[in-house]
Design a protein. Structure first.
Length: 330
């Protein structure tokens, strides 16, 4: 009798697990049957937000569902990453994040997620150079004058960023360490609001991606002291690099990736990846990216394996640098 009960229990368990597997396969087949949320870890109107909104519409078209962009801001993007890591593994909540995903493990003493074990990877998105900007009425007119001005005025000079772990913060840290000065840093919830304050003259300096800044630079609404990549940018050919103006080897370029929570079925991952690649190859998206000097990544990187290996390499690259600098967030 006992044996019969346990055989029945095993058959029951087997049936239940096969129902679960079939259920998951059916759900993956039906995916997506409701809108998808694309979580942006910084404020609306900033560069990460702009890239997200650019790809959301063509991705939605490819998936046959609306992709809704939602800004979950704060703590250098870690609140958004935690939210997606803890979301159901069904592909309805997708995270777009930049290289902050690789710097967070070293920057934050208690990180509520592990970038290498709590996510499935969709693919790399785009690479974006940065520019060092000043408010329009900031006295220094060029990089040499800027260097002299910050040496004379030090912490009276304000430098905006998007909080600990943001690339604007890393770019600012690198700039201050190369110049050997400590400026007063002003954290925002994204470089969207930081740029608004720079345009309004409330802060002196900001290092930000080209995504949103090129039109303001071209219209002379900000002062531009240099680009952060070793080569000049085709969208801003007259702006010298920081490297050529004396900061040899200064090289900051912002990469982006898309993630979903661990355990999302492979069939769902591949549908989201297909939609991402369709969006990146959309002629209108390509033209908009080129205007801001945003670079497409090679097709091999816009893949789950491409993003995972790049993320791992970046964690290994930034971890020792951040630990050595002792730059921790709370
Ligand atoms: N680009 C910003 C940063 O400094 C964040 C943002 O997209 O607003 O990380």
């Amino acid at each position: 009798m006992k044996l019969r009960t346990s055989i029945l229990a095993s058959i029951g368990a087997l049936l239940a697990s096969s129902l679960l597997i079939n259920g998951a396969a059916l759900a993956a087949d039906a995916y997506p049957n409701k809108p998808i949320t694309l979580v942006v870890p910084f404020a609306a109107g900033g560069p990460t937000d702009a890239v997200a909104r650019l790809v959301a519409i063509p991705m939605g078209k490819n998936l046959g569902q609306t992709v809704i962009v939602e800004n979950t801001v704060g703590a250098g993007g870690t609140i958004a990453a935690t939210r997606v890591a803890r979301s159901p593994a069904d592909g309805y909540m997708v995270l777009i994040h930049h290289m902050g995903m690789a710097t967070a493990p070293a920057l934050y003493k208690k990180l509520p997620f592990d970038p290498m074990t709590d996510f499935e990877y969709i693919g790399q998105v785009v690479d974006v150079p940065m520019v060092l900007l000043g408010r329009k009425n900031f006295p220094p007119n060029n990089f040499k004058e800027l260097e002299a001005y910050i040496k004379a005025n030090k912490e009276k000079v304000t430098l905006a960023n998007a909080g600990p772990g943001a690339v604007s913060q890393l770019c600012g840290l690198l700039f201050m360490s190369r110049e050997g000065v400590e400026l007063t840093t002003v954290p925002y919830k994204g470089t969207g609001p930081a740029l608004t304050d720079l345009l309004g003259g409330q802060v002196d300096l900001l290092c930000d991606q080209t995504t949103q800044t090129v039109p303001y630079i071209k219209d002379g609404l900000v002062k531009t002291y240099g680009v952060t990549t070793p080569k000049r940018l085709s969208a801003l050919p007259n702006i010298p690099t920081l490297d050529e103006q004396g900061l040899k080897g200064f090289d900051v370029k912002v990469w982006h990736g898309m993630y979903v929570s661990k355990g999302t079925p492979p069939a769902v991952l591949s549908k989201i990846n297909k939609a991402l690649n369709a969006a990146l190859n959309d002629p209108e998206v390509k033209a908009r990216l080129a205007e801001s000097n945003i670079e497409m990544v090679p097709a091999s990187k816009a893949t789950p394996a491409g993003l995972k290996s790049h993320l791992e390499a970046e964690i290994n690259k930034w971890g020792p640098v951040i630990r050595k600098a002792g730059a921790y967030a709370d």
